[in-house]
Structure formats: C-alpha cells, structure tokens
Design a protein around this ligand. Structure first.
Ligand SMILES: C[S@@+](CC[C@H](N)C(=O)[O-])C[C@H]1O[C@@H](n2cnc3c(N)ncnc32)[C@H](O)[C@@H]1O
Length: 275
C-alpha cells in the first residue's frame, strides 16, 4: 500500500495538514479496532489508519461518491494531457482568454460527451483560481480560467486497498457500527464553510452541527473542527451552566426581513417572554 500524504485528487477540507498529528495520536488507539470514517470525504483518514494498522477493520463512508472520481482518473489524466498540449506555449498562471478560452471549453465539453462524465473538481484545481470549484460545465464555463494545469498525472494506486466502503448518512453508519472496539473518525463539514464542492451540497446549520455531537457520547473518537465554528467554546460554556432545557421555551418570536441587495438578506429575530 503506497503512503499518501494527501488525497490523490483535489478535495476541499481533506485533513492533510493533520496527518502527522493524527498518525501520532493513533499510537494510543488499538491496532485491531474497527475504525469508521463517518465523514469520509477523500478517504485520506481511512487510508492513514489502514496504512498504520493493516489488521484493523477500516470503513470509509463515501457520502460524496469520491470513488467515481478515483475511477475516472485515467480519463481525467487524458483530458489534462490534451489541455497541457493545447496550452503548451501559454504562460503559466496567466488568464486564459479569447479563442483559447473557447477551445478549452469545447475540449472539456467533448470529453464529457465522450466519457459521460467529467471530474470538474479536479479540473477546477487546474484551471480556476485558489479554492474556486465548479461541479458542472455551465458553472465552469462562467468562470475565469488560468493556466495552472498540474504537470504530472494523478495516481491513486493502492490508495484505499482493503478499506471497506459504505455510502450512507453518518447517523446510519454510527448506528450500524457503534459498540465496543469501534473508533469513530468525525470530520463533518465546518459551520460557515463553503460546501459547494461536496455532493451533499446542502448547507450545514448549527443544529446539524450540534447533532453530530451525539455520536461522540460514550465513543472512542477523533473529532475535527475549526475555531470559526466555536463549537468547543459552546460545549465548555454549557458545562458551566446548571440550566437545563430551552431558555426560550414559552417565548414568542417575531421576525423582520432585511434585504442586503436584490438576492440576499437576513432575518432579525426578537424573542420575548413574560410571566
Ligand atoms: C470536512 S469533509 C471530510 C474530509 C475528510 N476527512 C478528508 O480528509 O478528506 C466533510 C464530508 O462530510 C460529507 N457529508 C456531508 N453530509 C454528510 C452526511 N449527512 N453524512 C455523511 N457525510 C456527510 C461531505 O460531503 C464531506 O465529504
């Protein structure tokens, strides 16, 4: 099994910067436990566990169908090679405009037609600027292109060898595997983070985020979050409170809509309660 230090294809939110610390922390976990990567994403954490503990049972929850992108690597490499040839004399990192831009779009469209699939996320990393992702041709064609095509082919050989794949909501995976000798890897979408490159697409709200904490109760786990979500602070605050129940229970809610511009706005909320 090759050792991957990052996901074999671009994947937003992959835990490559945590791999060293994750590897070290794994030393205090069992070599033959069942590890369930509930929010599997690119599979990088599942790969890392299997590489370290080959006898462990490792389950990757591929909610995004990353497998489809992995399987398409040979065709993705062909497309990138054609783009490299096309842009051979084009300066690197330079904006692609005019006829060249049209030819790039045509090439991508005919690739998708021929293979019935195109990995737009990988393509985004090659032609769009930092952190910009598209998942279909229409959206992709509306973006500004830059010549940032990676020079070598992608290769995922052996990446998830002997890792078991499932594709379900994390709550089901948790219920199916909870029990002794199970370690959950819990890396949900971050609150307030752009999730447009995930297949789920849906925006995660505070409630969804808090629901995830249920899987930590009485489990062995790794949990990933960011300071933006302030979830750890929230839990610490709750611990200092004797209050139980919902402090807003019995109150009345009034809302006012506020427009920021023609397509966005927010809602202010007033809650009141008297005896
Ligand atoms: C931060 S990413 C995980 C990244 C992963 N640890 C890695 O290193 O590549 C969060 C993942 O959770 C997935 N997800 C969203 N909703 C989910 C759900 N209800 N059940 C399981 N996974 C979900 C997202 O699509 C995304 O792939």
């Amino acid at each position: 099994m090759n050792n991957f230090k990052q996901a074999p294809l671009p994947f937003q939110g992959q835990k490559r910067r945590f791999l060293k610390a994750f590897n070290q922390a794994l030393n205090s976990f069992s070599k033959d436990a069942t590890y369930v990567d509930l929010f599997g994403g690119s599979g990088l954490l599942a790969h890392t566990v299997k590489k370290k503990y080959p006898n462990a049972r490792v389950i990757w929850n591929d909610y995004d169908n990353f497998k489809q992108r992995l399987e398409a690597i040979p065709e993705t490499n062909l497309l990138l090679q054609s783009l490299r040839n096309l842009l051979a004399d084009y300066p690197r990192d330079k904006r692609i405009t005019g006829i060249m831009r049209e030819v790039v779009i045509k090439l991508i469209a005919s690739h998708e037609k021929k293979y019935g699939y195109c990995d737009y996320i990988t393509l985004s990393a090659s032609l769009l600027f930092g952190g910009n992702y598209s998942t279909d041709l229409k959206d992709f064609s509306s973006k500004t292109f830059y010549n940032r095509i990676r020079l070598s082919d992608y290769n995922a050989e052996g990446f998830l060898k002997d890792v078991e794949r499932i594709q379900v909501d994390y709550k089901k995976a948790y219920n199916d595997f909870k029990g002794d000798n199970t370690v959950f890897l819990v890396d949900p979408p971050y609150l307030t983070t752009d999730v447009s490159s995930y297949n789920s697409g849906a925006y995660w709200k505070l409630k969804d985020y808090l629901d995830v904490l249920n899987v930590l109760d009485a489990s062995e786990y790794f949990y990933f979050t960011s300071n933006k979500s302030q979830i750890v602070e929230l839990c610490e605050w709750i611990e200092t409170r004797t209050l139980t129940g919902n402090p807003f229970e019995g109150s009345t809610m009034t809302t006012t809509g506020n427009k920021v511009n023609y397509n966005s706005g927010y809602t202010d909320i007033m809650l009141y309660k008297n005896e």
